[in-house]
Design a protein around this ligand. Structure first.
Ligand code: HEC
Length: 130
């Protein structure tokens, strides 16, 4: 006979399985929640903080010309903001999904957490240009 504890554990196990299963490649991967202030005391801007991150890690593919199958450029403020708002840029850098992470795994994979935090702080601070 199953005790309530066993049933509870079984349900939890199922929930964990369901929430992990197949999320790697799926376009419906849950949104990563942006922290309201990931770097207290810093106001991150595109020009001062984010552009160098994109230049060093993204534009080898998301440049002009596009390379290795990338589908949009990340060369200007407007292009990067558009990718944040409409192409899930933050999700793609913050994800643990090895098939969807940017940069792709074969290019080194997920950026260091401190770097991801800077992009997150820029988004939380309102996508300021300067
Ligand atoms: C080695 C080449 C390469 C690098 C480096 C790279 N990407 Fe990509 N990126 C791709 C390719 C190819 C796709 C399209 C396939 C896909 O969605 O995975 C893509 C897709 C994306 C998408 C989704 C676009 C859409 O509309 O679905 C975003 C957002 C993105 N990249 C952001 C970035 C960011 C930010 C960086 C740097 C931190 C980066 N990428 C680095 C190759 C690259």
């Amino acid at each position: 006979m199953k005790s309530p504890t066993t049933l509870l554990l079984l349900s939890l196990f199922t929930i964990v399985l369901l929430s992990c299963g197949g999320s790697d490649d799926s376009p419906t991967e849950p949104e990563v929640i942006v922290d309201p202030d990931p770097i207290p005391g810093q106001t991150s801007t595109y020009t001062a903080h984010v552009k160098t991150i994109i230049d060093s890690n993204c534009i080898e593919c998301h440049g002009d010309p596009l390379d290795q199958g990338a589908i949009m450029m990340l060369l200007t403020y407007d292009q990067v903001v558009d990718a944040v708002n409409n192409r899930g840029l933050f999700n793609r850098i913050a994800t643990m999904g090895i098939n969807s992470v940017m940069p792709p795994l074969e290019e080194g994979g997920r950026l260091p957490q401190v770097t991801i935090d800077i992009v997150e702080d820029w988004i939380a601070d309102g996508l300021l240009e300067q």
